[in-house]
Design a protein around this ligand. Structure first.
Ligand code: GLA
Length: 380
């Protein structure tokens, strides 16, 4: 009810709609989405709630719990670059919806968030998707499961200016409780794969390293450009079209070690997603699943070069303390590590990681369990 309360205190009336959208963990499949590849996220119980009500004119006002600022924008501001900071995500969603021809009028909005910001748990997508859901509910717009994520992604790419893929918005909108979302980012086809770790005495522990993101935007865009260049050099539409069988031959045709390592990450990571899905469909085999997570981490560290000291330490310390496997999740350069643990041992593993951080002189991480939760929906 926090979003509703802040709505009442900001606008002196009650909201007519509340819409929630979650953050996510990506179990495996990192930096594969913009290569038309495969991802396997699940939604978290941590969410952003947008409370909203219509206003008669095309004017949007937004407040956010804990932020001492009220942002108002009009139709004249619905051009990329006009609204900046956190409110750009809100303006971007209004812009993307209206650009796509949806009749979205003015609104007052209040936001309340439980998703840690800057941790790679996708707080931006949760923000976009909660606002999008609230506005569509207010104005009677129904978006299908593929269009919603695409419009939210467009808000982020074209309005906010971050060249991200479709992973986060798809996870926030399409995930289901107790399931991971196996998504083919080229076709938009999805399978909800049962992911009931508790039934196997297992948990995914999130280790938020709180490592500050370094040069994130530039590095992300640079990785994306490396992949596009390599695909072009290989005459492929996207790196998705390269499979493990053709990998060695393709690597021999590429110039430079960096290009080869980027390509190897994407191709092997797609393969690891397919393996993981196979394992989940067959019932969870924690040793093999853990190995895949750890292999993914090594590939991100050595080939894709998107990890930092804190995440490498979190992943290795978790495995040394008895986790089946661990990997960084999300865009990289800081953020969170996920570790597959026996639930009975997860407190001990968290304590060992904590100690390793203290010993290394790093700020201790926050740790909490990841429970596969529901996607974006109306709360009333
Ligand atoms: C960020 C982006 C996603 C995806 C991941 C890496 O979260 O928003 O589109 O590329 O990084 O897998």
């Amino acid at each position: 009810m926090r979003a509703a309360e802040s709505f009442i205190s900001a606008y002196g009336r009650v909201p007519t709609v509340r819409w929630t959208a979650p953050g996510r963990v990506n179990l495996i499949g990192e930096h594969t989405d913009y290569n038309d590849g495969f991802v396997l996220p699940f939604a978290l119980p941590h969410d952003i709630v947008a409370a909203a009500a219509k206003v008669p004119n095309p004017v949007w006002t937004v407040v956010s719990e804990g932020v001492d600022e009220r942002v108002t924008f009009t139709v004249d501001d619905l051009e990329p670059g006009k609204v900046e900071g956190w409110a750009a995500y809100v303006a971007g969603v209004v812009w993307a919806l209206r650009e796509a021809g949806h009749e979205i009028g003015g609104a007052d909005l209040a936001l309340a968030s439980d998703v840690p910001v800057g941790s790679g748990l996708s707080s931006s997508a949760a923000l976009e998707c909660s606002v999008m859901g609230a506005l569509c509910e207010l104005y009677g717009v129904a978006l299908d499961e593929e269009t919603g994520p695409k419009l939210a992604q467009r808000a982020e790419n074209a309005y906010v200016g971050a060249p991200t893929g479709i992973l986060d918005q798809s996870a926030s909108i399409r995930c289901r409780e107790g399931h991971a979302l196996f998504l083919d980012c080229r076709t938009g086809e999805a399978e909800h794969v049962p992911f009931d770790l508790a039934a196997h005495g297992l948990s995914v522990l999130i280790i938020d390293t709180r490592a500050p993101h370094r040069h994130v935007d530039g590095e992300y865009a640079a990785r994306r450009a490396d992949c596009e260049k390599a695909a072009e050099a290989l005459g492929l539409r996207a790196l998705r079209d390269l499979t493990l069988d053709g990998l060695d031959g393709a690597l021999a045709r590429l110039d430079g070690d960096v290009a080869r390592r980027r390509v190897r990450h994407v191709v092997t990571e797609n393969q690891r997603v397919l393996h993981t899905v196979g394992l989940l469909r067959a019932g969870i085999e924690p040793h093999r699943l853990g190995e895949l997570l750890t292999e993914s981490h090594a590939s991100m560290r050595d080939d894709y070069e998107i990890t930092v000291g804190e995440v490498d330490l979190a992943a290795s310390a978790a495995v040394e303390a008895g986790a089946y496997g661990a990997r960084m999740t999300g865009g990289g350069f800081g953020g969170c590590v996920i570790a597959l643990c026996e639930t009975a041992r997860s407190a001990e593993i968290a304590a060992a990681v904590h100690k390793a951080f203290v010993d290394a002189g790093y700020t201790p991480p926050a740790t909490f369990p990841a429970v596969a939760s529901a996607g974006s929906r109306v709360l009333g």
